[in-house]
Design a protein. Structure first.
Length: 101
């Protein structure tokens, strides 16, 4: 990246990152209230298993959301840890130059 625009690029990146926080809070609340809570009370076989695991109280929808987020985060970390491109990012600069030659 060119040094003369580096500050602007980082500013835009940070603005997007910090704008995502309230959007995530709103989306998480809506998912919990209107998707996961009704799912818990649906009486299906899967919902019965989740109720046994997490209980059936106010906030079970949020617990399901945290469980899904954790599983998704764990799975993506495991998949990315096997990626060649990610492994190359953690190589010291000397090894990069040696391999390029």
């Amino acid at each position: 990246m060119r040094e003369d625009i580096q500050g602007r690029v980082f500013a835009v990146r940070n603005a997007m990152k910090f704008a995502a926080i309230p959007m995530g809070i709103l989306l998480g609340g809506a998912l919990s209230e209107y998707l996961f809570e009704p799912f818990v009370n649906s009486g299906t076989e899967v919902s019965s298993m989740i109720v046994r695991l997490l209980g059936n109280t106010d906030g079970t929808g949020m617990a399901i959301m945290f469980l899904c987020t954790g599983i998704t985060g764990f799975a993506s970390c495991m998949l990315l840890s096997r990626s060649k491109q990610v492994k190359e990012l953690s190589m010291p600069a000397e090894q990069d130059e040696t391999q390029a030659a």
